[in-house]
Design a protein. Sequence first.
Lengths: 448, 95
Amino acid sequence: MSRLIHLFAWLYPRSWRARYGAEFSALLEDVRPDGRTAVNVLTGALAMQVRSWKSWKIFAASAVFGAVVATGLLSAIPNTYISSAVVKIGRPVSGYNPIDVINSVLVNEESRAKLTGIITKYNLYLNQRSRRPLDDVIDQMKRDIRVRLLDANITAIRLEFSYTDPGVAQQVTSEITSQLLAENLRQGHTLLEILDGANLPKVPAYPNRPLLIGVGGMCFLLMWGGLSAWRSVSVRRFAAGGPPISSGEIPSGGPVALSLPSFPEHLRRNAWKILISLALLISVAVLTFKVANPSYESKAVVKILPGANADSIASLTQSVESRASLAPIIAEYNLYLSEYHPEKVFEKMKEHIRIEPLGGNSAVGIRFTYPDRHIAQKVTQALALQMVEASAASDPPVELSVLDPASLPENWFPPVEPDYSVGLLFGLLLGVIGSVTVALFRRRPNLG
Amino acid sequence: MSDPSLLVLSSLADGDKHGYAMMEDIERFSGLRLGPGTLYGAITRLEQRGWIRPVSSDDRRQPYTLTSAGREYLKDQLENLERVVKAGLRRLRHA
């Protein structure tokens, strides 16, 4: 403990140690070397450091602290991947309720045996299984499985399973889908078909990286503001009632004859620093906004079986882009919430949808661009489903099948944006350059 | 009264002392034990204000003494405190 206390004593500013180091060391040899003393020496050293720091040092230390917090959070929270599959339900017949089938696979008492089988087969939740009863693990799995009806008429459902391994997430989603189909057959129905097989997620859905980077940024701002304010107050209190001292240095001894500026004078003297800090904050905020709000493009390919012509494809496209088709999708996914005028919502959505023939008239590509990549994928799936539904209802009917299911977009659109970390480093670099510039500008008058 | 600066000044009021002697003395008359970081934070402030100064010594333990400005400041502060204490006690008695 004594060695640790002496180590903490080395954290005092060099100028302070040059003046008080020997006698402080002698005092440390006399006092009881316990944890309380260690904490007292450490906090005393940090307080003395901050009081003697120049502004750029506080900025740089806060930036490093924010970056460490963001990096720590990003590495501490495990990546979670979501794999999804879409199952199409045929035209309902009397006595058929797909909810019963879903319940028997995922909800009812009999589902526990099925889920236990999946947990054992894929070695899921190894950590939880070693610490918690199996019933709890099954409940956890149920929370990780999500079933959504894609429309009010229950013409399709989407199954999602989230897990820390993307391959396992895909396998389990595929397994659950198969069990759903098997249970459907067992109950005597043949109305389910897989429209979009379980995808292999390439990018984790969680953690929310922009949010965690924002937390790091907030830590930086709080520490920067807090330390700057504390130092300012501390120096003022330090000087109150006696000869004033400068905030930038610990003198070697005796009072210092410098005047402490009033608050407006302080503002005037630090105008450069304040302006550059504001510019940096705005540039980092703009960059963060840009980085945190990219657009993602999801695409699906629908195969058109022989017999269709350009007119029928154009008719299907019109049908998918019609208000009757788009309105339920907009309502379902709460799209364009910032837009108040319904006309503009439809216009925006049409701008973000691209439907184009591929390979002559043998397939149609459906693309949708949106800031949330999960919603981009789900809306693209819904659009592909609408096209399949429209084809069945068209006269004469056009036979369609989904060739390439809606992908979970990996890249931003346009895909030339820098990575988050590059954005963060860019902001930090700007901060360091700005602070050094300010320090140089501030030093010049003192030399004169 | 828990302001470390005032405690240090009070400790030096009856004679020169080095850091450890101040810690022991302060604990004796106030019941508070200052840590080394707190004590030397106060010593740094008081010396920069010109209220205490080091006295020559061959020992590594550096003794300090009150300056006349420090003695004046301590007197003002203690008189203020005394007024507050007396007023508080008087009001308690009449309450």
